[in-house]
Design a protein around this ligand. Structure first.
Ligand code: BGC
Length: 761
């Protein structure tokens, strides 16, 4: 029986019932029609399957599984294949455990360092975020397990997350917040989407047809089902009409009954319920039909894989000849995170790791290490005794490595951070150690940017992010040079919170959170402001060096419908093998539009042996040059010169070439009496004889006016100045400043004729 037939045999009550969960984690079975229940589970960086007491806040236990690096870390790998492989591994665990859909990845933009859930999100850049999500989804779904791309849409703060409305203009939504989802929906086809708790411009997403149906399905071709975030349903009838298919968890039948009643009273078309039931059944069928119950997975192998992954994610932020450390040397490991690493965040993504390896355990047999706790993770109190002990230990060692970062209480699902600092006790500890031990390295465990008041005082900084259960081993691999660091920052680290573009409005007033910075988030803002940052987007060091050469474009001039191919050679000029993340940004040289100076439009990670050169290739299409034009409600690439920038980071552009892009379509244009002369002069085709003579009259009149009686003043007004003033004069100026031969009616007829001839085709 195909899905349509099954639905036609279902009663209204059965259909409405299918549109909500039977419990916290399952869809409903309809035994009469042999429709089984299926299970969904969190997500995103490991399996959180709960067999008993269920919750969505990470309170009760789930089965033992593997915690892979969280999204903030994975994004730093800039590695599509790697996250695909991670997705595949998670997919296998799901098949083994009969979990039909894993609730992730989460692709929300990191708008402010304050968002408590940043660790689950990829980046401040929508292209990087969507590319990582695409490959995560493809990996999981290659095992015939569904994903739930979340939290759609514009859920960028935890503060009042269930009631707040994100107030965002159309262009910003398209270029930043929708864009993060768009690529993943179009290219990876997630089986499901999870709608977020918040509203957008005054309407809850769970009741927002524009996003759940018009854009998601209509424009992007999404063919799966939309489920609610846990408890995101307000008005169920409005929700199902808007395109919210599955309510999670169920409402003990209350909302199912509301759907039934609405149909019976003629307030809701039954076809809408049929559509939702069909979409849910389609996905259940997809899972059941190709179920792989015999899938085995090896916990230890996945743990080793988590270690390898994290090795590709860590970002070396500073290295003044200190790293890699010498094996066998005497080193003080300081800080509670050396012993008990913070490797994941709190909330629904919390995985019950079957094993956790700390750096302290992993370093055994590699160096002569002593350990001092230095601070307490669960309270921010400067403990003099602990600090003195650590200082003494650091003094007598050849080097000190301090494991620091944010505690769970600072950063979690459900609430936001209130500042961008690390605990005082940790900052104090680092300062005091750095004073006595010149060879100090700080390893950081955090989900988003922090201020580093001690950055100048230490020789090395290694950003581990929240790196999964094998983070300790991965740290040792990098600290002692077995792995060459190759991650780069997927976000900017500003010097202080106040520098962040959302700072003035983040969190909002009451239930309104205005995104007043518009498209200028992350490096788009810092670059435009030419602002000094602590570490820029795309930045990260290696133990080897790379040289870039030979940037080539397939053409110097294209029409926006063409493809531009770009190649560049990268050579490993150092002594050790290493990986480099090559970044491509596009910058319009002169734009009529207020837009970022440059935007990331491509990246590739290449692995190179010493001396080896590889050619890296990129393909750019119209979208790479476009901004979202709100007049035509579409992407538009202005005609003009664009720079193709190749960078080691957003602030280290090493090569650039220029391409001319010609727009294949003109933007709509119409002459009115209020069109300025400046705009008119930019349209030579519109300046017909009659109009030309009037322009001359006005010009002459303006010249007369400016040449007033006052000799001194008239000498000060140059032709350039009067031309500049004319630019902003509307065409109707002909009536006021012309020779009187033009009337309003005559002018409008003349403009209408020109419009008909030239612009209204
Ligand atoms: C979170 C989701 C999660 C769901 C189920 C919610 O609180 O926002 O990300 O998938 O719970 O645990």
């Amino acid at each position: 029986m195909n899905v349509k037939e099954i639905v036609s045999k279902m009663t209204l009550e059965e259909k409405a019932g299918l549109c909500s969960g039977s419990d916290f984690w399952h869809t409903k079975a309809v035994e009469r029609l042999e429709i089984p229940e299926v299970m969904v589970s969190d997500g995103p960086h490991g399996l959180r399957k709960q067999n008993q007491n269920a919750d969505n806040l990470g309170i009760n236990d789930s089965i033992k599984a593997v915690c892979f690096p969280t999204a903030c870390a994975m994004a730093a790998s800039f590695d599509r294949n790697l996250i695909y492989e991670m997705g595949k591994a998670i997919g296998q665990e799901c098949q083994h455990e009969n979990v039909s859909t894993i609730l992730g990845p989460a692709v929300n933009i990191k708008r402010s360092p304050l968002c408590g859930r940043n660790f689950e999100y990829f980046s401040e850049d929508p292209y990087l975020a969507t590319e990582m999500a695409t490959n995560h989804i493809k990996g999981v779904q290659s095992e015939n397990v569904g994903t739930s791309l979340k939290h759609f849409l514009a859920n960028n703060q935890e503060h009042r997350r269930m009631s707040s409305s994100s107030e965002i203009d159309e262009r910003t939504l398209r270029e930043i917040y929708l864009a993060a989802f768009e690529g993943a929906v179009k290219n990876a086809k997630p089986w499901t989407i999870m709608c977020s708790y918040n509203g957008i411009n005054g309407t809850l997403v769970s009741e927002n047809k524009r996003y759940l149906t018009d854009i998601l399905r209509g424009e992007w071709g999404f063919d799966g089902y939309v489920m609610s975030d846990w408890g995101a349903v307000n008005d169920r009838v409005r929700g199902i009409e808007a395109g919210l298919d599955l309510e999670m968890p169920g409402s003990n039948g209350v909302n199912d009954a509301r759907i039934v009643l609405a149909v019976k009273e003629g307030r809701l078309d039954e076809k809408i319920v049929d559509g939702a039931a069909e979409r849910i059944l389609n996905i259940i069928n997809r899972y059941i039909k190709n179920r792989k119950p015999d899938t085995e997975w090896d916990m230890d192998a996945h743990h080793e894989f988590a270690r390898r992954l994290e090795g590709e994610c860590m970002v070396l932020l500073k290295n003044e000849g200190i790293l890699p450390l010498k094996k066998g040397s005497r080193i003080a490991f300081i800080g509670e995170f050396a012993d008990k690493p913070r490797y994941q965040g709190g909330g629904s993504s919390h995985v019950n790791s079957f094993k956790i390896v700390s750096a302290l355990e992993a370093v055994e047999g590699i160096a002569d290490v002593t350990y001092a706790q230095g601070y307490e993770n669960n309270e921010d109190i400067i403990n003099e005794e602990m600090i003195s002990q650590a200082v003494e230990m650091a003094k007598s060692a050849e080097a000190a490595v301090i494991f620091a970062g944010l505690p769970d209480s600072f950063e979690s699902e459900g609430y936001d951070r209130v500042h961008m600092s690390m605990p005082n006790c940790q900052n104090e500890l680092i300062k005091r150690i750095a004073k006595v031990q010149p060879n100090t390295v700080v390893v950081l465990h955090n989900g988003s940017p922090i201020e580093m008041p001690w950055a100048e005082d230490v020789k090395g900084i290694l950003e581990a992010y929240l790196g999964g259960q094998a983070v300790g081993q991965a740290c040792i691999d990098i600290l002692f040079g077995d792995v060459n660091p190759s991650g780069k920052l997927p976000e900017t680290f500003p010097r202080k919170l106040q520098d962040n573009p959302s700072y003035l409005y983040y969190g909002g007033e009451g239930d309104k959170s205005e995104y007043r910075e518009g498209v200028f988030i992350g490096y788009r803002y810092y670059d435009k402001k030419d602002m000094d940052v602590l570490f820029p987007f795309g930045y990260g060091l290696s133990y080897t060096t790379f040289h870039y050469s030979n940037l080539k474009l397939s053409s110097n001039g294209i029409v926006d419908t063409d493809i531009l191919n770009v190649t560049v050679d990268v050579t490993n000029t150092g002594d050790s093998a290493g990986k480099e993340i090559v970044q491509l940004y596009v910058a319009e040289k002169e734009s009529k539009i207020i837009r970022p100076l440059k935007e990331l439009r491509g990246f590739e990670k290449v692995c190179l042996s010493p001396g080896e050169t590889k050619t890296v290739a990129f393909t750019l299409n119209k979208r790479a040059f476009s901004y979202y034009n709100t007049e035509i409600h579409d992407w538009y690439a202005e005609s003009g010169e664009y720079q193709i920038l190749i960078g080691k980071s957003s602030r280290d552009i090493v090569l650039n070439e220029t391409v001319h892009v010609e727009a294949s379509k003109q933007l709509p244009f119409k002459l009115t009496v209020n069109t300025t002369f400046g705009d008119l002069l930019g349209r030579p085709e519109a300046i017909e004889e009659e109009l030309k003579s009037f322009i001359e009259t006005v010009k002459a009149a303006m010249g007369q006016q400016s040449k007033g009686k006052d000799e001194e003043q008239s000498a000060a007004i140059t032709d350039d100045m009067s031309n500049a003033m004319l630019k902003y004069m509307p065409i109707r100026g002909i009536l006021s400043f012309g020779d009187g031969s033009m009337t309003y009616d005559k002018l409008t007829v003349m403009l209408d004729d020109i419009n008909k001839k030239l612009y209204e085709k």
